[in-house]
Design a protein around this ligand. Structure first.
Ligand SMILES: Nc1ncnc2c1ncn2[C@@H]1O[C@H](COP(=O)(O)OP(=O)(O)OP(=O)(O)O)[C@@H](O)[C@H]1O
Length: 954
């Protein structure tokens, strides 16, 4: 705790003590007040604020002041001022510090002495006079200060004199001056003596009763000491004057009494002086403590300074009082004052010290105030800074707290995760250890088993390697078996399809009486009665009118796969005009997949299968499309619109390119095929006939060439698929054609007859197959030979009116279905073989061209003969060669026998070649005749020798 704080505490304690002292005094004066000895300033203020208590006190102490009014604070203050006691301001009592009020009242208390009872009586005894005496003796004294209630007896002369002196009036009020001074006493004593002499004469002369009365009365008590001494001296003088020197007893008693009174007074004075001395000592101590307090407060606050200033004020007033008291002391008091002079000096010194301390204190206060202001400002700034820092640090701490909380939470979470992870890892490690032990055991066991199995596996692997080596052989075997199955079914297969009645033909009668599941077909002629009106046929399959395009193709599909295996396949539709050939082969609407005919579906299938086999084979698929119209071959895929007549190979070509000049397009998808076939359809010649207004009068041949390469062996397979939509097979007379239409019909019939001739030549295993009798058979040569697979769709019109055509068609089909072509062969090509085949093909091409020339020459020759000769013999010979018909066949029937070119001479090499290429000897002989270029013939022979030997090797 600092000096200032200690000082304040001390000061407050002193103030409280002083208030307590005042309260005790006030209670003793006015018990009805009932003030607490620990009364606070406010309680004290409450009691004193109306002024009545103050006036009561004053009245109690000095009853003559009653006229100031019981409630007048100003009156009280005026009285105090008049007395010379320290006063306070009214505002102090109302709301200011009560310390000044306390000081003032305590000064009043001190003024009247510490013992209230003593002072209560003393002044009364001293100040109050009988009213008559007062009135008598207070002539000329201001009535305002006159006492009206004094009762005690005093020396009238003395009192009057005293009361006439205002200063004396004040002195009388001092408790210190309760006894008169020496001079005063002498004066008073003298008067007393006079009084005694005047009133009572000589003491000795006084009667005993009078003396006794004097002795008994209290007049001595009130007589001044000087008077008493004068009385004593008078008695003594009187006794000296007497001759006997005897002092009468009663005088002696009076003397004794006076002496006793004087002694009493002296002892009382001494006692009083001692008391005063004690009081002064106490006050000195009080001042000392106040000085210490002030010293302590020198470093205190302005408030403390204010309090100290009030203390100083009080001390000053007390000092003034003390100084006044000093002036008014009697001899003892003078002596006492002398003794106290030193004290005064000390007090003066103290005062000076206090003033000095006060000044230094004020300076210090000022300095301290300035410093405190600066310090306050600095501290305020600092406080602001600190507050800012505090708020910032609070924010930061909050943030940090938040951050640390989240961090802690995260770390806790992580810790948990790591703990779990570590536990899991440890657990896993334990498991792994266990597992590793068991695994080691297992591994040992497995090693043993493995070595055993390894041995076994080696054996099995060997078996597997052997099996793998045979895999391709097995695949080839599979294909072979598949094709053998096809062969067992017959190499020329005939499917019969009956067209439904068209819209508007519902009411017509049908010739189809029965269709069996195993290919039986019963046709009847409703217009005929009897045994011959019906006929039963049997084919590989008969499709009823209700059969869908998909069903029809389903049974065709196996042949398509054969093409990818390197077989030549020919599918053609045969039937009268309007019987549904185009419908079956192409379909009514290419845009609708459901309506697709065999052509689209076959090609689509080819792509599908080739795609499935892409890991073992790569396929190249190319397409040609030609038509044969009036025995002229036209390219249907020409996009320039030109209808150039194309040449064809004279003999069957192993590569399937029967028409080398025709456009050939590679196709990779069904859409390519659709586009090409659309072009073909547009280019196809279409003519109107009585039977079918959109009847096609030409054969259309769509040739699909497939070349596949085995990715493993590099071996190539070459297959050819001919899809033929033949022209109508009806008789010329029924089509009612004339002119160009007749000519078209004749060409159609001729080509169909040639087709029949080829098929039946093949059926009879004839050494010569007349392929060259028509363009159609020439083109289809590679697909109609013994190495190919052939499928014929026999299309029937169920209309009764077409009965005879139907029967004719069915008969043709029946004979075709009976043909056995022998085993089909795949066109496998080795590298050397391929080259040789190409050479052979080239040679064959050359030969074919020569053959064409020869034939043209023959024709020219025939025409010349016909035109020049009127000889029927020769014409008959010609006609028998060209138009001889088989017995029972209708004119234009495909079963007409055609002229067969003579085989000519066969020699060693040519005879051998002839077994494979039947036309070769003829070619050789014709070439020998037409071309006399021997070297050419020899060259050809040489080439064929080489080719033949190579083929044999293969
Ligand atoms: N199976 C069938 N279902 C429904 N309609 C068919 C069927 N077969 C043929 N037709 C219809 O019969 C008509 C003649 O068919 P298509 O043109 O195919 O005969 P065609 O034999 O090709 O004639 P042409 O010899 O004149 O070319 C066509 O309108 C065709 O749509």
């Amino acid at each position: 705790m600092g000096h200032g704080a200690v000082g304040i505490m001390n000061f407050e304690a002193i103030e409280a003590k002083r208030r307590s002292e005042l309260a005790v005094w006030l209670n003793s004066l006015l018990p009805q007040l009932n003030l607490s000895s620990e009364a606070s300033e406010e309680e004290l203020r409450e009691k004193l604020i109306d002024g009545s208590v103050l006036c009561c006190i004053l009245n109690k102490m000095s009853p003559e002041k009653i006229h100031y009014g019981p409630r007048s604070i100003h009156g009280f203050l005026s009285a105090m001022q008049e007395i010379g006691l320290p006063v306070f301001e009214v505002s102090d009592l109302e709301q200011g510090s009560m310390s000044l009020v306390v000081e003032s009242l305590l000064a009043l208390k001190d003024y009247f002495g510490s013992d209230t009872r003593e002072h209560d009586s003393l002044p009364r005894r001293r100040w109050k006079f009988p009213e008559a005496e007062v009135g008598e003796r207070m002539d000329g004294f201001s009535g305002e200060h006159a006492s009206t209630s004094g009762q005690d007896a005093m020396m009238p002369g003395e009192e009057k004199k005293n009361f006439k002196d205002s200063k004396f009036h004040s002195v009388l009020r001092s408790p210190v001056m309760s006894e008169p001074s020496t001079a005063l006493l002498h004066h008073v004593g003298h008067k007393f003596h006079e009084v005694f002499q005047l009133k009572q004469g000589r003491y000795s002369d006084l009667p005993a009763a009078k003396l006794s009365e004097m002795m008994k009365s209290t007049s001595l008590d009130n007589a001044p000491t000087q008077s008493l001494l004068s009385v004593v001296n008078g008695i003594l003088d009187e006794s000296i004057d007497r001759k006997n020197g005897e002092i009468p007893h009663r005088v002696a008693c009076l003397l004794r009494k006076v002496v006793q009174e004087i002694e009493r007074r002296i002892s009382t004075q001494a006692e009083h002086i001692r008391n005063q001395s004690n009081i002064i000592k106490a006050r000195e101590e009080k001042y000392q403590s106040r000085i210490r307090v002030l010293e302590t407060l020198a470093t205190g606050t302005s408030e403390e300074t204010q309090i100290v200033m009030s203390q100083i004020k009080r001390i000053k007033s007390e000092k003034t009082i003390m100084e006044e008291k000093k002036k008014l002391g009697d001899e003892d008091i003078v002596r006492l004052l002398k003794e106290k002079e030193n004290k005064d000096l000390i007090i003066t010194g103290l005062k000076q010290q206090i003033e000095t301390a006060n000044k230094s204190y004020e300076q210090q206060c000022l300095q301290l105030e300035t410093e405190s202001k600066e310090e306050r400002m600095r501290l305020e700034d600092r406080i602001k800074e600190l507050e800012n820092l505090l708020s910032e640090s609070r924010k930061r701490s909050e943030e940090l707290e938040e951050f640390s909380k989240s961090k802690v939470q995260k770390w806790n979470e992580k810790e948990d995760i790591y703990k779990n992870f570590v536990n899991f890892q440890l657990e896993s490690l334990r498991d792994l250890r266990k597992a590793s032990v068991s695994v080691k055991t297992d591994v040992a066991k497995a090693q043993q088993n493995w070595s055993e199995e390894f041995t076994m596996l080696g054996v099995k692997l060997k078996e597997l390697a052997d099996a793998a080596a045979n895999y391709h052989a097995v695949l080839a075997e599979n294909r072979k078996l598949f094709n053998e199955v096809q062969e067992l079914k017959g190499n020329i297969r005939v499917y019969c399809r009956v067209r439904p009645f068209l819209a508007g033909q519902i009411a017509k009668q049908t010739t189809i009486d029965y269709i069996g599941e195993n290919g039986e077909l019963l046709v009847i002629n409703p217009s005929k009665q009897g045994k011959d009106n019906h006929r039963m046929f049997k084919f590989n399959k008969v499709f009823a009118p209700s059969a869908s395009q998909e069903e029809v193709f389903h049974d065709t599909q196996p042949l398509i796969r054969s093409v990818l295996d390197g077989f030549n396949v020919c599918i053609f539709a045969y039937g009268q005009t309007g019987s549904g050939k185009t419908y079956t082969m192409t379909g009514p609407n290419a845009s609708s997949k459901k309506d697709w005919g065999v052509n689209y579906r076959a090609l689509n299938d080819l792509f599908d299968i080739s795609q499935k086999r892409k890991n073992s084979f790569t396929y190249e698929i190319t397409v040609q499309m030609v038509e044969i119209y009036n025995e002229q071959v036209r390219d249907l895929l020409k996009t320039d619109g030109s209808q150039r007549r194309l040449g064809i190979w004279a003999t069957s070509q192993p590569n399937g390119l029967a028409v080398p000049d025709a456009s050939i397009y590679p196709v990779q998808s069904t859409s390519d095929v659709l586009d090409l076939m659309h072009i073909g359809q547009m280019n196809r010649a279409v003519g109107a006939t009585a039977l079918n207004e959109r009847s096609s009068r030409s054969h259309s041949v769509l040739t699909v060439h497939v070349r596949g390469v085995d990715l493993e062996s590099g071996a190539a397979l070459r297959g050819c698929l001919n899809l033929v939509d033949l022209a109508g097979s009806e008789r010329v007379d029924r089509s009612e054609a004339t002119g160009d239409r007749l000519k078209e019909a004749q060409h159609i019939n001729k080509s169909l007859s040639a087709l029949g001739d080829v098929i039946f030549a093949l059926a009879q295993k004839s050494s010569h197959v007349p392929y060259r009798n028509s363009k159609l058979t020439q083109i289809l040569q590679s697909s109609l030979g013994g190495q190919a697979k052939t499928l014929m769709f026999v299309q029937l019109n169920p209309d009764v009116e077409s009965y005879s055509e139907t029967v004719s068609t069915l008969k043709f089909a029946e004979r075709v279905s009976g043909v056995e072509l022998g085993a089909a062969r795949s066109n496998k090509e080795g590298k050397d073989v391929r080259e040789l085949i190409e050479q052979v093909a080239s040679l064959k091409d050359t030969i074919a061209r020569k053959e064409e020339e020869i034939e043209r020459l023959h024709l020219l020759k025939d025409l010349k003969t016909l035109s020049l000769s009127a000889n029927g013999e020769k014409r008959g010979s010609n006609s028998s060669r060209h138009a001889s018909s088989s017995p029972g066949r209708p004119p234009g029937s495909p079963f007409q026998h055609r002229r067969r070119l003579s085989s000519g001479t066969t020699t060693g090499l040519t005879a051998k070649l002839a077994s494979d290429h039947d036309n070769f000897p003829t070619v050789i002989s014709i070439l020998s005749l037409v071309l006399s270029n021997r070297w050419m013939i020899q060259g050809l022979k040489r080439k064929y020798c080489v080719s033949n030997s190579s083929l044999k090797r293969t």
